[in-house]
Design a binder for this molecule. Structure first.
Ligand code: SF4
Length: 187
């Protein structure tokens, strides 16, 4: 019998010269350590995100320094800032253009709930138009909080089953948002 080890990402049984583990675990570790974020930043929270990108906080430690401004080459949508109702359809279009699997991080009170802007023109939370995986509270959240949100996303990604995107539960979630799931027909 080999020795069971865990390096925090992948639990494996080690034998002389080879390892046994689950495919889900390996794919999850690979995905969570190679995320390409798409920053959708509109206001003050966007500045906090820029600070998070800088050398003091340094998202390069996660291999995430390569921002993608092309939705088709991104798997993590980071929404930071106030989203007006006029901007809502653009945000939704960006989300729809991203290929599966994709995740969403909502940064700050405005993106989460509309924040202090309880007005006719501001969307009262991006989860009214797209599903959100992790919410970061604060007005604005500090870079440490944004890093915490990113690490929570990594935990979700690491532990997500490969079949989740094909599940009825996921299809129901997408249909609640009137979004056609990219993977629903590919089983
Ligand atoms: S949550 Fe606060 S800091 Fe962030 S965009 Fe809204 S008003 Fe600005």
């Amino acid at each position: 019998m080999g020795k069971i080890t865990s390096d925090g990402d992948v639990e494996a049984i080690n034998y002389d010269g080879f390892q046994l583990t689950k495919l889900d675990k390996v794919i999850g570790a690979a995905r969570s350590n190679s995320m390409w974020p798409l920053p959708f930043a509109t206001s003050c929270c966007g500045i906090e995100f820029m600070a998070t990108m800088g050398s003091n906080y340094d998202v390069a430690r996660f291999g995430m320094e390569r921002m993608s401004f092309s939705p088709r080459q991104a798997d993590l949508l980071i929404v930071a800032g106030t989203i007006s109702k006029k901007l809502g359809p653009i945000l939704r279009q960006v989300y729809e253009q991203m290929a599966e699997p994709k995740w969403v991080l909502s940064v700050g009170a405005c993106a989460n709930t509309g924040g202090i802007f309880d007005t006719y023109s501001v969307l009262q939370g991006i989860d009214r138009i797209i599903p959100v995986d992790v919410y970061v509270p604060g007005c604005p959240p500090r870079p440490e909080q944004i890093l915490d949100g990113i690490m929570n996303i990594h935990e979700l990604v690491k532990n997500e089953s490969l079949r989740r995107r094909y599940s009825d539960q996921y299809k129901d979630l997408m249909s609640n948002y009137n979004i056609e799931s990219n993977e629903s027909d590919e089983q």
